[in-house]
Write a protein that binds this ligand. Sequence first.
Ligand code: BT5
Length: 337
Amino acid sequence: MVSVDAWGLSVVGPNSQKALQVGSDMGATRRAIVELLATGPKSGPEIADELAISRNAVWKHITALRDQGFEIEGRPDGYHVTEVPEFGGDAVAFGLDTPYTIQYEPTLASTNHRARELAADGMTDVVVLADQQTGGRGRLDRTWASPTGGIWLSILISPDRPPADMSLFTFAAAIAIVDTVAEHGVTAGIKWPNDVLAGPEEHKLAGILTELEGEADRVSWVIIGIGLNANIDPEVLPAESTSLQSLIGTVNRRSVTQAVLHRFEELRAAPEQILPAWRKRAYTLGREVRVDTYAETIYGRAVDIEPPGALIIETETGTRRVTTGDCQHLRAIQDEN
Ligand code: BT5
């Protein structure tokens, strides 16, 4: 069991809690139907043959999907999906081109917590998704406000890499958020180590909590928890928060979630691109900062980021390399003039 805590990584001990039984056969079959329909129209008999289920079962699943808000037209060449709900597990799975199984619950205490239960049960490559959290967490057990309308998700993976590389996943998640919201016309940037800031006042739009368990040379699992304030009035969020709703109006959370996951996967496949991409999107670099570590407070100018995610700060007494801490952007002297 290693103990690494940096760049938004929070290392947790072995999880002894009883794992939840998730992914019933019913749910798995319905998800398979959703995936089939996303590739184009399919008739009832085609679906029944492909999934080795009865036509009656297909009909029941189609009815269940319609009840969720999917609009599905039965035409001579098969079922056509003409409308997908704005959010939900089946909705996000529809047309999602990543290796993840989506586990959705309207309300969870914390998607990271649920993902840890799944990890303890030996599961991997799962995205846990919720519309609201009742016990959302930030780093150091801080509270993460998670009302309905947000995108609260945790990616559970088991990469065959050492713990030191895990900060790259935190960075990849931040880049994925910045690039996704940019497609919606929102300019955002990253505050070291794990915040996405947006809007004229650079308020917090998203945060990332990465947790892992493993040995020195290899992690057993890593959970990348992403909290993105989507369709939320910032008045119900802590001070200095912002949301997509307040920046550009209501968004389609399904497409935002899918875009974040697709971009995250792209970066996972090309890890050498992550640090350069992070530097380009960093609000912290070039800024006067105050960094509070466990031991001290450091003032200086943030000049770079170094593998595996340390912030390099030029101070009056020399260059400092900080691997963990809370960073505040201070107004640069020239901004005040
Ligand atoms: C973070 O911590 O920014 C990590 C947040 C991760 C949340 C996701 S949601 C899905 C998954 N499941 C979880 O339970 N967690 C993850 P940190 O850097 O420690 O920032 C926490 C601080 O951000 C708090 O102390 C507040 O000041 C502020 N904050 C709380 N809720 C916020 C919100 N919704 N939007 C913006 N800022 C918030």
